[in-house]
Design a protein around this ligand. Structure first.
Ligand code: FAD
Length: 247
């Protein structure tokens, strides 16, 4: 299959989600509907270098698929980062961007017949927000879904009100944010003890064998490496673990 072509996008809205993270809403001009599967990403070609490798940056699509040609990207500003500095300082409502996609295989199976663990830090929440909204809006049958999301402090929390409300409204969906650098009335610490406790409790209920589950990991490499090791050490099959590495 030919790779997707570069398309023109117009920034139609920007929401400052937290102190260092923005939601960019981009209308893809050449199509009436932008077809993608929850969990996929697009590549932006930013005017920040000569060679493609210098210019291209990938961003997960944070909204769920629908009938629209507007996609939402959740972008965290990286201090000294060429792409995010450009996006934060130069790109305004009305700006044109060149983008290509959708790309990627970090998507859910057709049938959600085992427990699903979505584990992320920071902007790694983006593809999971798309997946959860997709499951909810398409009313897909599912087993337990645990969205385990790590960030440093309360001021870093992304989509917090929306996901907390879904936690209340959606059956068998648990949103578990955990803060690594601040005490609050929710969980504290890294993401790892959160899924380890749930997995270990379930395993102890079934004769100390891991209960079948699917694991999706998204974010920066240290969290993903640690989670991958913890899960395989616990006896989960490598095939049950998928990840999207942001860098
Ligand atoms: C498939 C995919 C999807 C992605 N989706 C998103 C998304 O939805 N939202 C998002 O904000 N980013 C996402 N990223 C990351 C994004 O593509 C950029 O890498 C990121 O925005 C930094 O770009 P930059 O040009 O500002 O930094 P660069 O100038 O490219 O970065 C400089 C260096 O810092 C390292 N680095 C960057 N960030 C961190 C960090 N947080 N911790 C440690 N080292 C770091 C990089 O590896 C690089 O070596 C995704 C990446 C991939 C591969």
């Amino acid at each position: 299959m030919a790779p997707p072509q570069w398309q023109k996008g117009t920034v139609v809205d920007i929401i400052q989600e937290t102190w260092n993270t923005r939601r960019y809403f981009i209308r893809v001009e050449d199509s009436e509907k932008f077809d993608f599967v929850a969990g996929q990403f697009v590549t932006l070609d930013l005017p920040i270098g000569e060679r493609p490798a210098q210019r291209w940056r990938s961003y997960s699509i944070a909204n769920n698929p629908g009938d629209s040609n507007v996609i939402e990207l959740l972008v965290a500003l990286l201090e000294g980062g060429a792409g995010t500095t450009y996006l934060f300082s130069e790109v305004k409502v009305g700006s044109q961007l060149s983008l290509r996609g959708p790309h990627g295989f970090f998507t859910l199976p057709e049938t959600l017949d085992t427990d699903l663990f979505l584990i992320c830090t920071g902007a790694g929440l983006a593809p999971f927000r798309s997946m959860i909204q997709d499951v909810r809006q398409a009313q897909k049958p599912h087993q337990n879904i645990y969205l385990i999301y790590g960030c440093r402090t309360q001021r870093d929390l992304l989509y917090y009100d929306e996901l907390s409300q879904l936690d209340e409204e959606m059956e068998k969906f648990s949103f578990i944010p955990t803060l690594s650098r601040e005490q609050w009335d929710g969980r504290t610490g890294y993401v790892h003890p959160v899924y380890e406790e749930i997995c270990d409790t379930k395993a102890s209920q079934s004769g100390d064998t891991p209960k079948p589950a699917l694991f999706y990991l998204c974010g920066w490499k240290f969290m993903i490496n640690d989670a991958y090791k913890n899960l395989t050490d616990r006896g989960y099959d490598k095939k049950s673990i998928k990840f999207e590495l942001y860098g």
